[in-house]
Ligand binder design. Sequence first.
Ligand SMILES: Cc1cc2nc3c(=O)[nH]c(=O)nc-3n(C[C@H](O)[C@H](O)[C@H](O)COP(=O)(O)OP(=O)(O)OC[C@H]3O[C@@H](n4cnc5c(N)ncnc54)[C@H](O)[C@@H]3O)c2cc1C
Length: 403
Amino acid sequence: MIYQFNYLLAGGGCAGLAMAAQLHLRFGAQAKILIVDRDDKNSNDRTWAFWSDQELPLGLDKIVRKEWSAVRFRSPSWERTTTIAPYQYRLINGIDYYRFMRAKLEAAPNVYFLKGEISHLGEDDKSPWARVNNQLYRAEWIFDSRVGPETRPAESSPHYFLWQHFYGWRVKMDKPHFATQVATLMDFSHSHDGHPTFFYCLPFSPTEALVEFTAFSNSLMDQEAYRKRMVEYLHQRFGPAKYIVTEEEQGRIPMTDVDLANRNYRRIRSIGTAGNAVKPTTGYAFLRIQQQAESMAKQLFETGQVDQPPKLGGRFRWYDHLLLYLLQFEPQRSERIFSSLFEQQPFDRILRFLDEDTAWWEEVMIFKDLPIGWFLEAAWKHQVRTSPIWSVGPTLTKGTQYG
Ligand SMILES: Cc1cc2nc3c(=O)[nH]c(=O)nc-3n(C[C@H](O)[C@H](O)[C@H](O)COP(=O)(O)OP(=O)(O)OC[C@H]3O[C@@H](n4cnc5c(N)ncnc54)[C@H](O)[C@@H]3O)c2cc1C
């Protein structure tokens, strides 16, 4: 038997659920939608934090668990805490998102969930199809958020690739230690590795916070090394405080300029991480995924067609290239680069810059505070790497799955 749908979501995580909800919003009862995931999405497998100054799409404001009006940057020798108006730094728990989106979609009679492993995805004369648990499912369009075998570029490729990997705890302290209105985005005061590492702290109350160790590097660390860094940091920052760990979070996000989208199909589109929605130099993706889903569903509704996510390009990609170059090849310079960025500039300007929403003159203001010689050197070396004489194309290696 062959099952036929209008839209099939290959992966029902952040992007798959957002895309399904946007399609349902646009097409209503006309559209038969199938969401396939190998996982039940019943655990709090991640926490999404992001800044925003607008109402969130799909009613997601209802599940924002905490908002911070000020953020902090801490270098080894100084720290700066400032409000980020008009933005708020916001937090959504993974489990709340999965439940909220599923409840919304399950209430619609034409939306179906299927638990299973997608073993193959393809396209023939009739339509795109997915093979799940040895059964064929066809749809007019498939939206694919699986990121398959690791697309790490080969050494000889001009592309950059780093992992943003992190390990964190929700801790409950025996005494008040946290300023509840301030989210610490980067604390470099205990950074002593050969590559960029920092801590991140989101307080929920004077005694409770999510504290995470984050590193940007080529390889991951072993579990014990992450735990050790957490214990050391909590001791150094809060003294001999007593705390219990109520939850653990671990993950990794690709920081790369490799085009992850699969462009071989007429009616299969890559979305989410697979659709290049992750900002390569920050790892932030949640809001970009929501915006991507909204605009793809809109285009499909208005034109009957939907483009692949645009190829990485433009001046913000150029800035990403330079920073990726520095993070990958001059990691010892990263703390100074981030310190220069956060020391003087208005934070709302930095956040707009990271959102790729600044005007050129604001970017000049930002670059004047950065160690410009390093960026000029990176620009030259990037040019040499990508010039046709040296470049051999993005040879990809196969390995583990993305987290
Ligand atoms: C731990 C963690 C924390 C993060 N925190 C933040 C943050 O604070 N802010 C931010 O902006 N971004 C954050 N990100 C980055 C990004 O927002 C998330 O990775 C986001 O979940 C990406 O959405 P996605 O739909 O592309 O991938 P996912 O949410 O991972 O969804 C992909 C889905 O596909 C399913 N799947 C994969 N292969 C198959 C298969 N063969 N068959 C069936 N199902 C399959 C998976 O089970 C999964 O549910 C974080 C990432 C991680 C890993």
